[in-house]
Design a binder for this molecule. Structure first.
Ligand SMILES: NC(=O)c1ccc[n+]([C@@H]2O[C@H](COP(=O)([O-])OP(=O)(O)OC[C@H]3O[C@@H](n4cnc5c(N)ncnc54)[C@H](O)[C@@H]3O)[C@@H](O)[C@H]2O)c1
Length: 354
């Protein structure tokens, strides 16, 4: 049995991670930590084996964990993940991975040197469309990449002013345990607004798909209060031959569904990834091409996949197989760390001057 611990017993832990851990045949939630005792009790109510702790350090000291999920607010991700890795626990960190790229890269080095799994909870990267896109780009099916352009709209704007109820209304996701307003609206805890909460998704998706390094970064943002942005425009020079632009905004309204598309233009074809619909379409000049969409029963946003995939990889090592899958997840975290470089730069470029 893979012993899983949880750091941060909030909305997303209750909605995504705990159901996935409960559904996994080889895993059990055995420990959880949160400074808020009520939230701790609510999220662990259905997990009789789970012991509750106020801090991650207390939890790690006595729990003998194999996997730890960090789902606390962004400012606490790096410290909790480091504590887990130093206790020889494989770690899944919620997005945004960390607020500083130096922390993200240090965590990747730590996991790599200890042969541990480190993964970032980015569900858009766990669909058949995302997997096919990675293969297409790696095999050069659309030639050399020339340009990438992304539009990433979401309904998250109310979160950046602390109006959690309006956000949950817009996404039609009533939930017994709502996010705490400060998790998204307090710049000291969230590290910023839309750039941290949502643009991190699309920048990670591009860097994961292409495997590219962000070599030059320029950005402009729209701020609703100091340090709290609600829209970002990013221009990137990627390693290799390509340039990329990203427009990302939390201002979508339910009347017109949010557009979340990334288009990859190559010297011998193009591919379009619809993140919201989890589809991929591609075409080459000789008439080849294809379409990928979620199969029957597959979710277009597989939010339980990051934790179940990490549990599977840890279980394989436990069963005597090589740690290749585990280290592939850690390699993915290295690509996610490059996205932190972009988001960190975004806030340095435009720190709320309007
Ligand atoms: N991957 C996704 O699609 C997705 C979706 C939603 C949220 N998230 C991420 O999940 C994280 C949590 O978001 P949420 O919506 O569940 O917020 P939330 O406010 O509901 O939950 C955060 C919880 O962390 C607790 N906490 C605060 N400080 C802590 C600490 N030092 N140690 C442990 N726990 C602490 C709070 O008491 C709260 O219960 C954020 O990083 C957010 O960006 C990711």
């Amino acid at each position: 049995m893979i012993r899983v611990g949880l750091v941060g017993c909030g909305w997303w832990a209750a909605h995504a991670h705990v159901p996935a851990i409960d559904a996994h045949p080889d895993a059990a939630l055995v420990a959880a930590s949160d400074p808020d005792r009520e939230r701790l009790a609510t999220v662990t109510a259905g997990s009789p084996q789970a012991r509750g702790f106020a801090t991650v350090e207390e939890m790690l000291a006595v729990s003998d964990l194999d996997v730890m999920v960090v789902a606390s607010p962004a400012a606490f991700h790096a410290g909790a993940a480091r504590a887990g890795l130093l206790s020889d626990v494989s770690v899944l960190v919620e997005k945004p991975f960390t607020l500083r790229a130096s922390d993200a890269h240090e965590l990747v080095r730590l996991a790599t040197s200890r042969r541990l799994g480190l993964s970032v909870s980015l569900p858009y990267q766990y669909t058949a469309a995302a997997r096919t896109l990675r293969t297409l780009l790696a095999e050069g099916t659309i030639g050399d990449l020339v340009g990438v352009h992304a539009v990433f709209e979401s309904y998250a704007a109310p979160l950046y002013t602390g109006d959690v109820d309006e956000y949950l209304r817009r996404v039609n996701r009533p939930h017994a345990l709502a996010p705490l307003p400060g998790t998204y609206a307090d710049a000291a805890v969230a590290g910023g607004g839309h750039g941290q909460s949502q643009t991190s998704h699309v920048v990670s998706a591009i860097l994961d798909a292409t495997g590219a390094m962000p070599e030059r970064i320029a950005a402009e943002s729209v701020f609703v209060s100091p340090g709290m942005d609600t829209a970002n425009a990013i221009s990137l020079r990627l390693s290799g031959t390509a340039v990329a632009t990203v427009f990302s905004s939390g201002g979508a309204l339910p009347g017109l569904p949010a557009q979340q598309t990334v288009t990859y233009l190559g010297t011998a074809g193009s591919a379009r990834h619809d993140l919201a619909g989890a589809t991929l379409d591609w075409a080459t000049p000789d008439g080849a091409g294809g379409h990928v969409e979620p199969g029957a029963g597959e979710s277009d946003y597989p939010n339980g996949a990051p934790v179940s995939t990490l549990i599977d990889a840890v279980a394989r090592v436990r069963a005597g197989h090589s740690d290749e899958q585990l280290m592939q997840l850690t390699a993915g975290a290295e690509r996610a760390a490059r996205a932190v470089e972009v988001i960190e730069r975004l806030y340095r470029e435009d720190a709320g001057r309007d």
